[in-house]
Design a protein around this ligand. Structure first.
Ligand code: SDX
Length: 430
């Protein structure tokens, strides 16, 4: 293989091609196979895109073997320690940490776009009272295009920027409204005198009849969880946002598609599934049985919150959240036996050859639900929390792709396995 190319000769046809080698700033070199079909008549096949890059991006870098996660080059551990969710959102979108003035302008813009149109409440009241909040979020976010149709020119950089701000600003308001509707409480307006996470907790839990007393640790813990969930390279939901965006669809449709993809239990829906799994296991004495079930292919049972397509080492986010659990529960004065079950389950799995051989470690979803539960957030809202945070990453990737003139519509090919050509048969001859 030459320094910049891989020469390919197809054995039976003898056809040849040279595939350029693309090197990024970090990560493995990549074969550009764009000319493969033209030169050799061959497709490539990579179920689940295990080793296929779909785009170039400067936003997030993951080294799955080393357990490294960088947002615009900054290690997640340092951002978790020093930053805030809104500062991380600015970083993901703009590529640089804001100075004090830029941070103030960004926070002011987000704060003054938190309201949702009053007629959205009518839309929400059309849902059945027990609708899953992810179903409501998906529908309502997609409907935002109906309220901003004069500012949907995706070729207009200001329209794109404003849509990104609106999505980051309104996601918590709409999420909290979905929760309030599901418990029959009146929807609360966002209070602009509060910080992003504190404002969300007030919209979630404040009742008209009495003031809400929040412990400072609650908003701090939520802000940290939002930082850790903000972006993660080309995960299924972000890839969905990019694919939908590649058709020129508006940003609200793109993010609604991302919400739909995130909802799956193999992806963001795992945090809700982890809590249900821990509750089903019940106590530490049942952990060994759960591990055995997870190893049995016929059981259909997996350890939710375990394993990752990219991390073949401990998910750095899971390590941070696991440490947070003890601190947050102590400061909230909450003890949760499910944390003991989770810790026991982790220890049992990490000592078991099945998990060790497959490099299955806890991922971001394994411990996050313990903290959400301690904050009083119902299990049905766990993936909604993930969506609020991931909106920063989704809009950052949508903006990056929308500004890239080389973007092509995403249109994969296939291996056709159906019937070969045949003629129609009249019904009386079938
Ligand atoms: C997120 O992509 C991202 O970046 C996602 C995310 C983000 O921030 O956006 O990090 C967020 O989605 C985290 C993942 C949340 N999902 C779960 O926790 C669900 C449980 N985990 C899995 O289903 C699974 O591990 C995936 C979906 C996460 C990854 O699946 P892969 O990469 O396609 O791996 P696989 O299904 O091919 O599994 C490889 C092997 C298989 O065994 P063998 O066929 O080789 O014998 O590992 C086994 C699997 O059966 N396996 C598990 C397992 N996960 C994989 N066995 C038991 N329990 C598990 N959790």
């Amino acid at each position: 293989m030459s320094a910049k190319h891989a020469a390919l000769t197809v054995a039976d046809s003898g056809k040849q091609t040279e595939l350029p080698l693309i090197e990024g700033s970090l990560g493995p070199a990549t074969l550009d196979i764009g000319r493969l079909y033209r030169d050799t008549g061959l497709f490539t096949f990579d179920q689940g895109f295990v080793s296929t890059a779909s785009c170039k991006s400067a936003i997030t870098y993951i080294d799955g073997d080393q357990g490294v996660l960088l947002y615009r080059g900054y290690p997640i551990e340092q951002l978790a320690q020093n930053s805030s969710f809104l500062e991380v959102a600015y970083l993901l979108i703009n590529g640089e940490l804001p100075d004090a003035g830029q941070a103030q302008v960004f926070e002011h813009e987000v704060t003054h776009h938190t309201m949702m149109h009053e007629s959205l409440k009518t839309f929400m009241h059309g849902f059945h009272y027990d609708a899953h909040p992810m179903a409501m979020l998906c529908g309502v976010i997609g409907s935002l295009a109906a309220f901003y149709h004069e500012q949907l020119d995706i070729d207009d950089a200001e329209h794109r920027r404003l849509a990104a701000i609106r999505l980051i600003a309104k996601m918590p308001t709409i999420a909290a409204a979905a929760y309030r509707y599901s418990i029959g409480w009146p929807i609360r307006f966002p209070r602009n005198n509060l910080e992003y996470c504190e404002r969300f907790l007030h919209m979630m839990f404040e009742v008209p009849s009495e003031p809400l007393h929040l412990k400072p640790v609650a908003a701090r813990a939520l802000d940290l969880l939002f930082i850790l969930h903000a972006d993660h390279e080309q995960n299924a939901s972000t890839s969905t946002v990019r694919l939908v965006g590649s058709t020129g669809a508006n940003p609200y449709a793109c993010v609604a598609a991302g919400i739909a993809a995130l909802w799956g239990p193999a992806h963001g829906g795992a945090n809700e599934a982890v809590l249900k799994m821990l509750e089903e296991i019940g106590d530490a004495s049942q952990v060994a049985r759960a591990v055995q079930r997870a190893k049995d292919k016929d059981s259909g049972f997996r350890l939710m919150g375990f394993g990752h397509r990219v991390y073949k080492n401990y998910d750095p986010r899971a390590a941070i959240i696991r440490e947070m659990c003890h601190k947050v529960l102590d400061e909230l004065g909450v003890s949760d036996p499910l944390l003991d079950v989770a810790m026991e389950l982790e220890q049992a799995a990490l000592k078991d050859d099945y998990f060790v051989e497959r490099k299955l470690y806890p991922n971001v979803d394994f411990y996050s639900g313990i903290i959400y539960k301690a904050l009083g957030i119902p299990t049905s809202m766990f993936t909604v929390m993930f969506a609020i945070a991931r909106t920063a990453g989704w809009v950052a990737h949508w903006l990056e792709q929308s500004a890239d003139a080389s973007t092509k519509i995403g249109r994969p090919r296939q291996i056709y396995t159906g019937a070969v050509r045949r003629d129609y048969v009249a019904v009386d001859r079938r």
